[in-house]
Design a protein around this ligand. Structure first.
Ligand SMILES: [Ca+2]
Ligand SMILES: [Ca+2]
Ligand SMILES: [Ca+2]
Ligand SMILES: [Ca+2]
Length: 408
């Protein structure tokens, strides 16, 4: 073979490589600026391309109608069969093995009516449940926890202090503290501030205490992460973060939204390294506004963080999760709409080029009196096939949903 032929074959293989890869595994796509899939970054001449898992094929399943609103929806293998079940409100649903099967509904146990965390509190290997006695959005500050026997049968314990203020939860985060685990709490009307429930060493016999740790609250979501990289977990409340300084919680303002939209209130938030520089950035989704934002953490996170736009979300951002849906190594963002004018959608914002370019992929859309999302669109690989599925719950439409990702 002469060298000209070799070069031609080499060029042919180079051009065909993405197509060969696509053929080898149908769930992977090739995106490039050269064919218009991606916007050229910074209006420059630079070539950018990446190979990512497809995120545009989904199947929705209606799992249950709820008699009242549930604050949260969370995953966990409650019965120990290896399949991931769903918990919302006072119920759990057994994973039928195939996501299109019948999800049998079980009561966690009265008087636990509004789950806020699923976690192995007694460290015996199975997930337990904590929640308030509150029905729907009624004011209730009394917590109980449900001890799992490993097979999804629960014993309810009431050895938790009542919270001194609060109406219903809009923020809840498991947080590892110097002396054990805690559950950070944010109330819808703010209460007196941010609280932490202390999980005692022996959760069955010792009383669980609740401390007001700071008067600061943004009345919404709470995310835990080591923002200042000093080895302990801090908290993100939206455009404020709380520095864990040896158990004292110091308030830092990281950015603003008022100059962009004076009505906008941060609702859901996540900590994720959007630009791949090793620092946790803040993702903030809106209530009473449409701007989905991320704030880049500076070297010293007590200094102002630089705000960037991800895109707009017409139905507002009451449901959000930040995970690597396309498996290209960077976090993407899913939003479930709650206040769409006529319809509510589930939208994935796909991160390209370290948070500079986002591609908006609508994966579900239906009439607003059929579906909405509130503290939902939680990403979890429900069928353990290697792609992230979603579980979600509505507020105007209190229903439980599963979205199966058909990439795999
Ligand atoms: Ca347990
Ligand atoms: Ca820290
Ligand atoms: Ca990604
Ligand atoms: Ca999956």
């Amino acid at each position: 073979m002469n060298s000209k032929k070799q070069i031609l074959i080499f060029l042919f293989l180079s051009i065909m490589q993405p197509i060969f890869l696509l053929a080898a595994d149908g769930s992977w796509c090739y995106f490039s600026v050269s064919n218009g899939d991606l916007v050229v970054p910074n209006c420059g001449q630079q070539q950018t391309a990446s190979r990512v898992m497809a995120i545009d094929k989904w199947q929705r399943y209606h799992i249950a109608d709820l008699p009242q609103r549930s604050m949260y929806i969370k995953p966990g293998d409650l019965d120990g069969d290896g399949a991931i079940d769903i918990v919302a409100g006072g119920w759990w649903w057994k994973n039928p093995g195939s996501l299109d099967g019948v999800w049998k509904q079980h009561l966690v146990g009265e008087p636990l009516r509004n789950m806020n965390e699923v976690f192995d509190f007694d460290r015996d290997g199975d997930p337990d449940v904590i929640g308030t006695k509150g029905v729907g959005a009624e004011t209730n500050r009394q917590f109980v926890w449900a001890e799992n026997d490993g097979k999804g049968k629960f014993t309810i314990h009431s050895n938790i202090d009542s919270c001194e203020s609060g109406d219903f939860l809009q923020g809840s985060a498991m947080i590892r503290l110097a002396d054990g685990y805690g559950i950070a709490l944010g109330w819808h009307k703010g209460g007196k501030g941010t609280y932490i429930i202390r999980v005692p060493d022996n959760p069955k016999t010792e009383q669980w205490k609740i401390d007001l740790v700071t008067e600061t609250s943004m009345k919404e979501d709470i995310s835990a992460g080591d923002i200042d990289r000093d080895g302990d977990l801090d908290m993100l409340l939206g455009t404020i973060w709380l520095e864990n300084r040896d158990g004292q919680w110091i308030t830092h303002v990281l950015g603003e939204t008022a100059d962009l939209d004076s009505d906008l209130e941060p609702d859901r938030n996540d900590l994720a390294d959007i630009d791949g520089d090793g620092r946790l950035d803040a993702v903030v989704s809106p209530e009473l506004g449409t701007h989905l934002l991320w704030y880049r953490a500076p070297e010293d996170p007590t200094q102002p963080w630089i705000r960037h736009s991800v895109g707009t979300i017409e139905g507002q951002g009451f449901s959000m999760d930040t995970r690597d849906f396309d498996r290209d190594g960077d976090p993407d963002i899913v939003i479930g709409e709650h206040r769409g004018e006529t319809h509510n959608r589930v939208v994935i914002f796909q991160n390209f080029d370290r948070g500079r370019t986002w591609s908006k992929v609508v994966i579900d859309k239906d009439a607003k009196d059929v579906i909405d999302h509130h503290d939902g669109t939680v990403a979890v690989d429900l069928d353990r096939d290697g792609d992230l599925d979603l579980i979600s719950v509505g507020w105007y439409n209190p229903k439980v949903w599963v979205f199966e990702n058909l990439a795999r």
